[in-house]
Design a protein around this ligand. Sequence first.
Ligand SMILES: *Cc1c(COP(=O)(O)O)cnc(C)c1O
Length: 412
Amino acid sequence: MTCCGQSRGQIKRITVQFDGQVMVKISKENHGINTQLAHVGNDPHAFFGFVNPPVVHASTVLFPNADTISRRAQKYTYGTRGTPTTDALASAIDHLEGSAGTIIVPSGLAAVTIPLLAFLGAGDHVLIVDSVYHPTRHFADTMLKRLGVEVQYYEPSIGAGISSLLKSNTRVVFTESPGSNTFEMQDIPAISKAAKAAGAVVMMDNTWATPLYFKPLDYGVDISIHAATKYPAGHSDVLMGTVSANEACWPQLHETFVTMGCCSAPDDVYQVLRGLRTMGVRLEHHRKSALEIARWLEKQPGVARVLHPALESHPGHAIWKRDFSGSSGIFSVVLDSGGQKQAHAFLDALEIFGLGYSWGGYESLAVHVFLGDRTIASGAYSGPVLRLQIGLEDVEDLKVDIARGLLAAAKA
Ligand SMILES: *Cc1c(COP(=O)(O)O)cnc(C)c1O
């Protein structure tokens, strides 16, 4: 057997000759995404060869002697600060996000609030996209304002135009792309560039795409946020959040995490790590089914628009195509007329879709979208906006269910 290493661009390939057959091995960091997801975060030989890391239930960690405890001179010191279980998930997310460090927190909402608290203080100004996840807005409008932070919302399609809103005290620009419920795309590289020039930290809620379809840190974002409750957990049973930072922002983020005591339960952390193993396969199924249903919906009577960035008809399609490598399983449909009555008729006619919040699990869900909190991106929609999370069920069954809903709305 002979080997020779060779660099082709950034990809390290090793050609291996074995029994006259030439095989090309690609170095580990360039493995395909499903190969990476099958192994990230796991270090079996650190744990007697067991494939999965142990679920460490811990408050106290013992030190061998007084000198070690006085200097805290060992890797683990107390349960709130991390365990082999949280480290396994954090290192898996670091690998996927390309980040310097990741904190694991007990919900997606905590993954939003902790970094905002880490980087904002009295007298600072924060710019937040107007199509932001509603509880993020609620946190900004209540707690951040009470702490003396000046909160301002911006139009999702602002791009480089954000320069005109940046002030000398703008400390954070908070993005989410696509936006919650209405799926507006943002020009993240342009926004990041302008924000950086003004000395602001750029955060992105990247829950929709997951790091499989968009890697914010590669596009100038400093801090990438996920509701791991969604696709990473994937089964509508676990709440969790992750926050990943680049080198520059990691110390401040980590310091705030330790200060807040906002650590997560080991069984839940383990479940999210378990979910990551199948996330690539699940997400691909969600992607295909959702796109097929979105395209089909565009042609159905009673439908005015389908708000899905991978559709050519979507105003943010060009940005999505430029920056993202895939689309996930959640989008909205706008009916051509009607109001709450028609929306309720649609929802109540559904037999497979459940009516409930959250998404990213294996089962389909539908909700009537509330846009009353928007100050800028409220859109001029002809009828009710219904958000659909396309689960792992068979597409033909889901189409029949949606058709039932459309018929009921038309009759209402
Ligand atoms: C669901 C969601 C969150 C919050 O996650 P929870 O775990 O439910 O608190 C944050 N951001 C976005 C975009 C979400 O969709």
